[in-house]
Design a protein around this ligand. Sequence first.
Ligand SMILES: C[S@@+](CC[C@H](N)C(=O)[O-])C[C@H]1O[C@@H](n2cnc3c(N)ncnc32)[C@H](O)[C@@H]1O
Length: 225
Amino acid sequence: MSRALRALSSTYVERRERLTQGAALSGAGKRAAFALFYGPLHYLLVRTIVRALPAATIGSRTLVDLGCGTGAAGAAWAHACNRRPQVVGIDRHPWALGEAARTYRAFGLTARTRQDNIESALLPKPPVMVLAAFTLNELQDRPRDALLQRFVERASSGDRVLIVEPRAGSVAPWWNKWRDIFLKAGGAEGEWRMHAELPAIVAKLDRAAGLDHRELTGRSLWLAP
Ligand SMILES: C[S@@+](CC[C@H](N)C(=O)[O-])C[C@H]1O[C@@H](n2cnc3c(N)ncnc32)[C@H](O)[C@@H]1O
């Protein structure tokens, strides 16, 4: 497991060009490492972020979890809401969709999952909550730019949009452009650093793979009407 986790971490950090080809979830070892290790980390980080953002936890009819992976980030936001939304998890990877369905169910959320390309997927009519956590970096520049345009338009029709990515600048060279457009549209950027009480298995894997996630970091873009 720790070998698979090291391979997965190196795909995220050093071989990012392979992400657009779905390299992160290729192979059972990497999938297991993703579910067992990064799932909880993304859950803890997104939960902290939505609790701190003004009005993020009011809830809504629907939350769309774009590139839902194992559903960890979507479950964190939906579960933190006063009025629990129905979750729509969208991913291109069939294994991820099965895991996401299990995650949403485990959190008592009403949810459906859909295999689709988030670059072109039809979304429910606004107002909904839109989440893209650790996902946009896996898209090519052109479709990502098209999504930016779409998010800004949808926010002006009532959507609340939350983007979460790792903090390292080199990992997301597109970030500054997105930040400027979100800020111009009245949104906010956040930088997050939190001490995490990691679940025992996550802490053990962290040490075994030579990583150190006792402190979790990330950054966010938030746009709400
Ligand atoms: C790093 S994972 C993040 C998963 C989840 N949002 C989280 O925070 O744990 C990125 C996910 O995006 C999905 N993905 C990447 N590009 C996609 C695309 N064009 N359409 C649909 N899903 C995509 C991948 O299959 C993967 O499950």
